[in-house]
Ligand binder design. Sequence first.
Ligand SMILES: O=C(CO)[C@@H](O)[C@H](O)[C@H](O)[C@H](O)COP(=O)(O)O
Ligand SMILES: O=C[C@H](O)COP(=O)(O)O
Length: 958
Amino acid sequence: MVTVKASQTKNPLQALQSYGQSVWLDYIRRNLITSGELQQLIDDGVRGVTSNPSIFEKAIAGSTDYDTTLTTIEQSQDRDVISLYETFAIADIQASADHLKPIYKQTNKRDGYISLEVSPYLANDTEQTISEARRLWQEVDRPNLMIKVPATPAGIPAIQQLISEGININVTLLFAQDVYEQVVNAYITGLESLAAKGGDIRSIASVASFFVSRIDTAVDNQITDRLKTSTDAGQRNLLKGLLGKVAIANAKLAYKSYQDIYQSSRWQKLSSQGAQTQRLLWASTGTKNPQYSDVLYVEELIGSDTVNTIPPATLAAFRDRGKPKSSLTEGLDDARSTLLNLQQAGISLQQTTDRLLTEGVQLFINAFDQLLSAVEKKRTAILGGKLDRLTYKLPDALNTAVQDSLDDWQQNGKIRRLWAQDATLWTGVDENKWLGWLGITEDQLAHIDRLKQLAQEVKDLEFTHVLLLGMGGSSLCPEVMKLTFGKTKGFPELLVLDSTDPAQIKAIESQIDLTRTLFIVSSKSGSTLEPNIFKQYFFDRVQQILGAESAGNRFIAITDPGSKMQHIAEGDDFHRIFFGVPGIGGRYSALSNFGMVPAAAIGVDVAKFLDTAEEMVHSCASSVAAKENPGVVLGNILGVLAKGGRDKVTLITSPGIADLGAWLEQLLAESTGKDGKGLIPIDQEPLGNPDVYGSDRVFAYIRLDFAPDSTQDAAVAALEQAGQPVVRIAIADPYQIGQEFFRWEIATAVAGSIIGINAFNQPDVEASKIVTRQLTAEYEKTGKLPPESPIFTADGIQLFTDPKNAAILTKTVGKSALLVDYLHAHLNRLQAGDYLALLAYIESNDEHQVQLQAIREQIRDAKQVATCLGFGPRFLHSTGQAYKGGPNSGVFLQITCDDATDISVPQQKYTFGVVKAAQARGDFQVLAERDRRALRIHLGKDVRAGLATLKTAIKQIL
Ligand SMILES: O=C(CO)[C@@H](O)[C@H](O)[C@H](O)[C@H](O)COP(=O)(O)O
Ligand SMILES: O=C[C@H](O)COP(=O)(O)O
């Protein structure tokens, strides 16, 4: 530590070297490197460079330096925002490192460094800081790199560990003396362990970055506040004398500590093995108060064995008019008095530096947020129509609430918590086990060959049909794929069976040639009743024609590993078994084999489909700011509006993707409808004028831009004008439908968190399955279902309900009531904010759809309530969860019939008709147990006549 007189021939900047101080540049951007300016600065005396999130924010967000590279990357392969940022940052860091390499060599590894900071989001996480630092160190792959780690309580142990692994560290955000001591200890201990392992401690360099000007800004503000109220002359003088003094005093004392510590015998041991001291680096050295000299934090902080990292303007000013002198060791007593006087004036330096550390972390987080958000905006602009667009218009008050909630998601790092699979974002039970879908596109793309192989086989074997047998999460995505992609030349047509209604099974069977059909039995759990009995039935039918040996060839299974279905498939020699991912629940499984195997079998280019979906995965990544994040934005809208009473998510889909609504219904209802809360999806409700809608709605219009429906366009525009909240999603290409699967999965998870439920279980679906099982078991034993008595019978129509609902209805209608009276009484229970659900356990065919849709429309228009239509048992695996577990705002009209013809289930006493009847009764029993307003109308054998009677009766009432 020798003080050397400045040489007169050098400019002030170069002269600093003679005082033992190295000047680093606190700035980086692409043009600085490519224009040759950095090299010039190096030639002029700059011996290192530092970067931080704010510097990169200014460089990347505030310039066009990176735009060409960004466009080139995005046009060849979409990347997520964090990987784009890193591509830019790492290239700049590597290029700067290469420019600085000669200095690194000349100074024998003392100077010539460039610093890159770990993500500020990790400032309070030791383990993640360590792994992130290791990863960056490897990626940059330059010996003259320093990884910046903050001096937070979590950062300090990381620093020690990283030093012990031979990684150069710049300790950043250092403000306080006592923290400095911990940092030095971490450095020395780290070096000792490296030495003990036989590592090369001579190659390690580290700096401890003391932030200077921020201390003056913070302290001066407190002094100024006190001066406003203090009248005591002595006190005022004391306070005034401290203005602009504390930061430098603090730095001088830190420097004194440095000199003492590195004299210690503990250090001498390392020093004798060639270890370098961890130099103090003065950071935050641009002057903030215009009343102070613009080179204050350079001139006052000069001393041997130190670094000053200086922003460009300060650097230019000092080069021009700086007066170097050996200042750090001057006036140490004054420095001590300054800090004592500060204490005497009642200003705590400790509290100030603690606050500065917290604020410092937050400032870097804010800068990083802004940086990533700017890159995301550029990325989405480049992607253009390749990314489904989301726009929304909400009434002002709702919009404010949504923006506040998005701020909460941003500021509290909730998107990162979601991606980090943090169960406490929901109810903290086991949600972390059900987030496997977050990484599914990448996983699937890695195993794409199996899907391609299947597609080729299906084509070669010239199947005419693929019949998918499954329920809910195992059937709804294939249905969307079928409608969206239709029939591809050379590939079979897809049919989906998800009903136990005998007429429906017959209708499907009549469309296929059993010998030229590939059957896909799809069940995640493998234990769901319906796919198991569908398999029994069709396997038996194929066996009858092709013989026991060959039947298995026509079947493939999609199921989770180890399930009952896997064993059945193996036992029956199925052609193939595709496995699901156990960490993905059924309704989140669209992009896994459950959606992609049937898609491949009908000739969808699954690689392209998944690649396209990945664009949305990137857009929803943890690093994308809440307000730019299309899944998080949608989730916040849905969650916040639901909490404000707008829980009826009304789905409007272009005709070409109409089935997407059924998939969304399951996702939204089953995920959120529980604990008396949740979203009630309203799908396929005929569109009406704005005046038929209540204030419990939010509309989501998913529009195929290449095949829009003008009636829908006009109706949605009118709703928007009438002040209803409307979300619009524009899809430019059918292959982009996969983007919606992912966006809505994220949105549902986010909405679930806001609503405050576990978005990944379905407790109330299980409840009706249990009752159904009891009823079918009883049938197996006795050959009949338990008897039940109607509350009304006439003209072949019967009404049933539970005792509580019966008491309420009969009290209202009196004794000799007619069917219309009962229906009237039941529908009169609908209040504003309620919804009506028709639960139809009849064949889902065009004629029935038309009749039920008309009934639905009549009720909606007359009562201004939302209406739903579900065919049983299909909806049991979907909206059934919300009907039973969600808000008690549903009024249910269950519709059952006697099946004109029935079908036996091989090896069982019960028939498909019996199963369907048991399912309807199980469903009703649980609705009643949950205190729901429910009535069942049994149409008898003639469903057409029964529906007509029902329609007329309802018309009469309304
Ligand atoms: O590398 C470092 C410190 O290690 C520097 O880039 C450091 O982050 C900067 O000097 C400060 O962030 C600048 O702070 P300020 O001038 O905005 O207060
Ligand atoms: O949504 C899921 C359905 O309940 C079917 O379940 P599964 O795929 O386990 O058979």
